[in-house]
Design a protein around this ligand. Structure first.
Ligand SMILES: NC(=O)c1ccc[n+]([C@@H]2O[C@H](COP(=O)([O-])OP(=O)(O)OC[C@H]3O[C@@H](n4cnc5c(N)ncnc54)[C@H](O)[C@@H]3O)[C@@H](O)[C@H]2O)c1
Ligand SMILES: O=C(O)C1=N[C@H](C(=O)O)CCC1
Length: 247
């Protein structure tokens, strides 16, 4: 499998380059960064392109790569329903009928399972809030992972017909964090940290905390390689690594 890396000079991209080089069933094709022409990535040299760039450019990159006729694995954050709809539209007009795009806000197994467990637990608690903490070089807030987890919690609570969460705060106080799909999300940026998430769940007299700590970017690499191997088996758009796991 020939894998090209977009954002190859970045913190994640450089780890992906090394992980692909070390994988026996993969061959590193092109390394592309901001000053390179993305249209050099094509089916002649690439089976899967991996995008770890910045939230402002990833949609354009994915649309270009779809037109180029290659499958895409995306780890860059900053996605919303409108952007995902544009990807689906582009795939419907892609050069190949079976073309595939896979997007994951987090490739670490601890984070994927934390999100999954949060969905199971959320209907059993009156309150649920998310705290994410990252290195201070991160551009976006709240993290893509925390946004995804908030949606997971909200959806599970809607399906279970849960009552609204108790909160007597008057007004939209910024200190209560961002509100994503009705779930409060708090973002910390601290030197020394990498990528961390806590899901707090509360009932009268009890609390449960689900926590994921990614201390090193090595934690994301098995998930990225798994996605490269699986993406071609799932034509269309797939979101979330849980979709490729037997959960
Ligand atoms: N899904 C996950 O598991 C996961 C894990 C870590 C980080 N991330 C996300 O990945 C993204 C990248 O994070 P990072 O820490 O590697 O950032 P980074 O700033 O270190 O790297 C981004 C790279 O993209 C390059 N770039 C910018 N515009 C480009 C363009 N138009 N074409 C090609 N390359 C371009 C930059 O030059 C840089 O080398 C962020 O959105 C981050 O949140 C996701
Ligand atoms: O380091 C980052 O930036 C990370 N971003 C992702 C997010 O926003 O959820 C995943 C964790 C690391």
């Amino acid at each position: 499998m020939r894998v090209s890396v977009v954002g190859a000079q970045g913190r994640m991209g450089s780890h992906v380059v090394a992980a692909v080089e070390a994988a026996e069933d993969m061959q590193l094709a092109l390394q592309v960064d901001s000053s390179d022409d993305l249209t050099q990535v094509s089916p002649e040299n690439t089976d899967v392109a991996v995008d770890f760039t910045v939230p402002d450019v990833t949609l354009d990159n994915v649309l270009t790569l779809i037109k180029q006729g290659v499958n895409v694995v995306v780890g860059t954050t900053g996605w919303n329903d409108d952007k995902l709809a544009q990807v689906r539209e582009a795939l419907a007009q892609a050069p190949r009928k079976d073309q595939a795009v896979f997007i994951a806000p987090n490739f670490a197994i601890s984070a994927v399972l934390a999100d999954y467990f949060a969905g199971i637990a959320a209907p059993y608690f009156e309150s649920a809030e998310v705290i994410e903490a990252h290195h201070p070089n991160k551009l976006d807030a709240p993290s893509g992972t925390a946004v995804h987890t908030a949606h997971t919690i909200a959806q599970a609570r809607r399906q279970a017909d849960c009552a609204p969460m108790p909160d007597a705060t008057v007004g939209n106080e910024p200190s209560r964090g961002d509100v994503v799909d009705g779930v409060h999300v708090h973002a910390v940026r601290l030197r020394g940290l990498n990528a961390h998430e806590e899901i707090l769940l509360g009932n009268p007299g009890e609390q449960m905390i689900i926590r994921s700590d990614c201390f090193d970017r090595a934690s994301f690499m098995p998930g990225v390689l798994l996605a490269c191997r699986k993406v071609g088996e799932h034509p269309g758009l797939t979101v979330g690594l849980d979709q490729f796991l037997d959960l």
